[in-house]
Design a protein around this ligand. Sequence first.
Ligand code: PRT
Ligand code: ZN
Length: 300
Amino acid sequence: MTTPNKARDRLRIAIQKSGRMADVSQDLLARCGLKFRQSRDKLFCFGESMPIDLLLVRDDDIPSLIAQGVCDLGIVGRNVLAEQSLAAVEGTLPVVELCALDNSRCRLSIAVPQDMDYNGPHQLQGLRIATSYPALLGAWLAEHKVEAKIVFLAGSVEIAPKLGTADLICDLVSSGATLVANQLREAVVILESEAVVAGPQTVPPDERGDLRELLLRRIDGVIQVRESKLVMLHAARANVDAIRKMLPNGQMPTLLPIEGSEQVALQAVCYGAITWQHLEDMKRAGASQLLVLPVEKILA
Ligand code: PRT
Ligand code: ZN
């Protein structure tokens, strides 16, 4: 593997090899137009369409691979990035969140036994809390001036209260089913998490820096496209202002004359859902020939 000191001209991205974020990460990069050829050991993917390669690893290794300069970017849960940033090793590059991806959503929460009434952080004083996130939990306890014992567990945190090794837990929650199955109740959310693109704060001053910026712009385009629609309609010029105000998060519309008509054609990219109600309101305001189309690519 290339050492951080040796110049590298290809961008390298770390993503999860297998697990909850593996498929969504591969899918996002494919939507950015990247194609890869996988090595036989299935750990390295060579970029065929652009000089961008992939390293397939455990999610916990992603922040440190970036901090050591082995990878330039990574896709990882904010929970993992935030935990490791608090516990970062001196002399390594600070790794920051560059863009949120709105998938793999979960929250890091303190959960108490179902029969415990939780009415504030002070109640946790002197208790034992099992977690895989000691740095984030420690920071939260310090912020709330609570002295509790942190019991570190790498996995199966939710069974600690049953086993008697802790009084409560601080773990990731998504649907809440795991907590219910273990007679626990979510009391406080200490971090809202989702998948993020992580990287060093500073952009390398070479081709890798340009590639990183290009890829981040494409990722931004892919995220915008998910929720965007192209709205097209006809209207009298006098009604355009009123109709424009009804477009949900609409960008400045393009107006085009219609040959042989007093009316104009309006088209605008809108972010967020366009409901039947939106269309009916626009029709009442004078719009006709309304069309709502999916957007495939955006490059702002
Ligand atoms: O092997 P590797 O180390 O790469 O994977 P991993 O086992 O550490 O991670 P993985 O694949 O389980 O999760 C990767 C990332 O997905 C996490 O770091 C989070 O950012 C995100 N994510 C989203 C979740 C969940 N939802 C989630 N529900 N990670 C874990 N869980 C677990 C949680 O720990 C608990 O055990 O699911 C259980 C709770 O789920 P509910 O639905 O019952 O509430
Ligand atoms: Zn992991």
